[in-house]
Write a protein that binds this ligand. Structure first.
Ligand code: FRU
Length: 452
């Protein structure tokens, strides 16, 4: 079960391939995580839905495979809901036409109350393909104001909205996407729609993953803040504005748990389609990100999503004896220090650099060297955000073997990257590069520093 690059506090399947988290739901006191899975190989083969449960979002217990390929196809991504009729899993059946083209329809499976048995509906599909090559990843939510279920499905470069009262007949409502946000060469995938409040006012946040042309190259996740009236999503920001949920290369296809009343909590697949099939692990391939609670906050750049790792997970990191492996929640007050670099795993390269300009603008540079045998892995992304010079800049790093998640600026900037270093448990080093006040750096972090 242990291997060099298997993280300890992130979910990974015991064996086989995993990509997107699917069917996430909190039910009967358990968090259920389903996921794109090939139990028989570490490649993206015929997709099944794997299944794992957790009481605390820290310890995950894998359960038997929930959905198997059938006559309609393999089981692509989807979601779960608890309806009055019971828990339902909505997924895409994916097959190939005789000409070798993708063919995708939406299906449903019924779960028993303990989510230990799953029965695909004999009347599948529930939503036929309207003639599109990309038509997948159904995310079903309950829309209180119109008392209907809403299903989001990707159409390639836009998201289609459907409505149903009985979860069987789905009526097309509208599509959102044209000219909004990032398009590039990428395919829009794995939509999610969350109702969130900011100072008492309701907003709807549409999360959309894009398979290519994310900030660091390859796949990534953008979001839109707006309104949803039960029929149509409208963006409050200018169409050309692009908001990224994560600036790293390894945060893809996040989905929220169906958990009415709870804070929106998402998990993503910690990889990138540009090299996911080549990462150097043995028994398994692919990991889930840490769970993150989302809220809306007013950052100096405007209304943004802030992300925070839930308390139980933070505590689990803090409680790790092996401090060389896990660094949790340090709060670096970089006041006075204009430039801070972070090197991981005892390596000399600076993996992260935060530079504070004189004008409240912070430049975050993330650099990841190529890894032997892993092409297209090297990563550099430079992002800028506004943070008042008068305000200490908070930085949090969750380092779990090679999987690193970083949050700063009140969680409005996040960056998730996989690493495959020679020694994945080596120390993290912070260096302040400017004269000025040295602030508290937790003792378990080794610190280097030089002036100027
Ligand atoms: C996103 C995705 C989905 C699809 C699934 C297939 O990573 O491409 O659009 O349903 O993976 O495994």
């Amino acid at each position: 079960m242990t291997e060099t690059y298997r993280p300890k506090l992130h979910f990974t399947p015991a064996k086989g391939w995993m990509n997107d988290p699917n069917g996430m739901i909190r039910h009967g006191g358990l968090w259920h995580l389903f996921f794109q899975h090939d139990p028989n190989s570490i490649h993206h083969g015929p997709m099944h839905w794997g299944h794992a449960v957790s009481r605390d979002l820290v310890h995950w217990q894998e359960r038997p495979v929930a959905l198997y390929p059938d006559a309609l196809g393999t089981c692509f991504s989807g979601s779960a809901i608890a309806a009055p009729q019971g828990v339902k899993l909505f997924y895409t059946a994916h097959s190939l036409t005789p000409e070798g083209r993708d063919f995708q329809v939406q299906c449903v499976a019924h779960a028993n109350d303990t989510l230990t048995q799953f029965q695909t509906d004999t009347r599948n599909p529930v939503l036929e393909n309207p003639g599109r090559e990309v038509f997948r990843d159904p995310k079903v939510i309950w829309h209180q104001d119109t008392a209907r279920w809403i299903m989001l499905v990707t159409e390639g470069q836009s998201i289609a909205f459907y409505a149903s009262e009985d979860l069987r007949r789905w009526e097309y409502l509208s599509s959102f996407g044209a000219c909004h946000g990032q398009h590039g060469k990428g395919v829009w995938e794995c939509p999610d729609l969350l109702e969130m409040r900011y100072q008492g006012k309701a907003f709807w946040v549409l999360i959309v993953s894009i398979s290519e042309d994310a900030p660091g190259g390859g796949s990534g996740t953008q979001y839109f803040i707006g309104a949803f009236d039960g029929t149509r999503f409208t963006n409050v920001n200018p169409a050309e504005a692009v908001l990224w949920l994560d600036m790293g290369r390894d945060f893809y296809a996040p989905q929220s748990f169906f958990d009415p009343g709870g804070p929106p909590t998402v998990m993503a697949w910690a990889s990138n389609w540009s090299y996911a099939r080549q990462t150097p692990t043995k028994a398994f391939r692919g990991a889930a990100s840490l769970p993150r609670e989302l809220s809306l906050t007013r950052s100096p750049d405007g209304l943004r999503i802030a992300q925070r790792v839930p308390e139980a997970v933070r505590n689990a990191f803090a409680n790790q004896r092996d401090r060389a492996t896990f660094h949790h929640g340090f709060h670096l007050e970089a006041e006075g220090a204009r430039d801070v670099t972070v090197s991981l795993f005892g390596e000399t390269v600076p993996h992260l650099r935060l530079t504070r300009g004189t004008d409240d603008v912070v430049t975050l540079t993330s650099r990841r060297p190529d890894h032997d045998g892993l092409t297209g892995f090297g990563h550099e992304v430079i992002t800028r955000f506004t943070w008042p010079l008068s305000r200490p800049l908070d930085i949090e790093l969750f380092v779990d073997r090679g999987l690193v998640e970083m949050f700063c600026a009140g969680g409005t900037v996040s960056l998730t990257n996989l690493h495959f270093p020679a020694v994945p448990e080596g120390p993290v080093t912070l260096t302040h590069h400017a004269s000025g006040t040295r602030r508290a750096v937790p003792r378990h972090l080794s610190e280097g520093g030089h002036n100027g």
